[in-house]
Design a protein around this ligand. Structure first.
Ligand code: G3H
Ligand code: 13P
Ligand code: ZN
Ligand code: NA
Length: 280
């Protein structure tokens, strides 16, 4: 039995691979991620988006925790995109190993105050804290960020942000987007990632990249080489679920089993791509 903390998963990593964090919405999703991680002998993170938690509530978190505890590989349970203080205060009480404080919709000053206030409460409970600086474009779970609002992470601001908030992991915006990439394909600023890596290495902070769905192999590899240690994946897994539901299965058990297999295949492919297969 192998529930791990997100801290252990990110610290155990000594380069060469990244840990995948997969958004889950229900039991099939949870089982798919754990089954893929077990098959690949890989660590993995189960993450629940703030809007998924509103839907699934505490029982959804409890399912993640139970699945993590019973898995044969290290699994942690993470709260993704906490965009309000009241949501995060609830998240801190229900058993997550780590939380993401998302103040990317705020001004820099407000983001610092918001992140700092949650960070101290989370640290008092021994939880790892991830936060975002910059702003991702794309859409996710009903939250739409217009293209024109996209902002890259600024290195000098990031240094102050890390110092002020004492976060453990920094989600950066280097051209990564939630959901689909434009038809022209992803355009990641690797020069910026290099500078952010130098900073986070100096500060002992882990680098996180959201929006990993749609990133081709070469770009993922380059991100890992440049220090990314956690990738967030949602859209590709979710789309495989939806596609599976379009198959003409009649039996409910069969619908659920097919959906789980479809998601498991996508997750397993990502674990191999992230280089974490065989690392459990
Ligand atoms: O998470 C977001 C959506 O799945 C993005 O994809 O461009 O098809 O809406 P879309
Ligand atoms: P994708 O939906 O692009 O994989 O992004 C996932 C994510 O960043 C979850 O926080
Ligand atoms: Zn995200
Ligand atoms: Na994406």
């Amino acid at each position: 039995p192998s529930r791990s903390s997100t801290k252990e998963l990110l610290n155990a990593e000594k380069g060469g691979y990244a840990v995948g964090a997969f958004n889950v919405y229900n039991l099939e999703g949870i089982e798919a991620v754990v089954a893929a991680a077990e098959t690949e002998k890989s660590p993995a993170i189960l993450q629940i988006h703030s809007s998924a938690l509103k839907q699934g509530g505490v029982p959804l978190v409890a399912c993640c925790i139970a699945a993590a505890e019973q898995s044969t590989v290290p699994i942690s349970v993470h709260y993704d995109h906490g965009i309000s203080k009241s949501d995060l205060l609830q998240a801190l009480e229900v058993g997550f190993d780590s939380v993401m404080v998302d103040g990317s919709h705020l001004t820099l000053g407000e983001n610092i105050l918001y992140t700092k206030s949650i960070s101290s409460l989370a640290h008092a409970k021994g939880l790892l804290v991830e936060a975002e600086l910059g702003r991702l474009s794309g859409s996710e779970d009903g939250l739409t960020v217009e293209e024109y609002e996209a902002r890259f992470t600024d290195v000098a601001q990031a240094e102050g942000f890390i110092d002020e908030t004492s976060i453990d992991a920094l989600a950066v915006c280097i051209g990564n987007v939630h959901g689909k990439y434009p038809p022209s394909g992803p355009n990641l600023r690797f020069d910026l990632l290099k500078d952010l890596r130098a900073l986070t290495l100096k500060k002992g902070v882990s680098l996180v990249l959201h929006g990993a769905s749609g990133l081709p192999h070469e770009l993922i590899k380059e991100c890992i080489d440049l220090g990314v240690r956690k990738f967030n994946v949602n859209t590709e897994v979710r789309n495989s679920y939806l596609e599976s539901l379009r198959k003409p299965e009649k039996d409910l058990i069969q619908v659920m089993a097919s959906a789980k297999e479809a998601m498991k295949a996508v997750v397993a492919e990502k674990l191999r791509l992230f280089g974490s297969s065989g690392k459990a």
